[in-house]
Ligand binder design. Sequence first.
Ligand code: ZN
Length: 163
Amino acid sequence: MPVPGVPILEGKYPSTMDLYPLEAKEFNRVHQFYENLRQKRFTTTKCKKCGHVPFPPRVVCPQCNSDDLEWVDLPTRGKVLRFTEEVAGVPLGFDSPLIHALIDLGEGRKFVSRVINCKEGQLREGNEVQLAVFDVPPMIIEKKGGVMEEAERVFFAFEPVKK
Ligand SMILES: [Zn+2]
């Protein structure tokens, strides 16, 4: 059943992994993250006061509560530490295999992402993966004066580095 405010998802919307579905700058103070993604940059916020670099990006530093933050680039390549590969019973709207991996981006930064463009049984621990940016269905937003507008959206996953 469609959820109000969430577009029908056309097979690839990663609702389990999407941090902030409303990407438009009118609604989202980390919209810069998506602007950067469009340029194939994987970024987050760095606190200018204490130097903390959390992921996902924040509007307030979780360490010191400062809101004096700047955007910094993260590596776009990493190594697969562990992964799960679902081949049967994949949630509606996803293609099989549905792979989630714990990825090491270096410097102690580890996080979970989906791995796409990878066939069943192909991925191995230790494989190198790279950032992959793709479009997701746009969201209809209401701007000032009741003007309805389609807001384009992107999201990211990682994919195996072609050897
Ligand atoms: Zn801080």
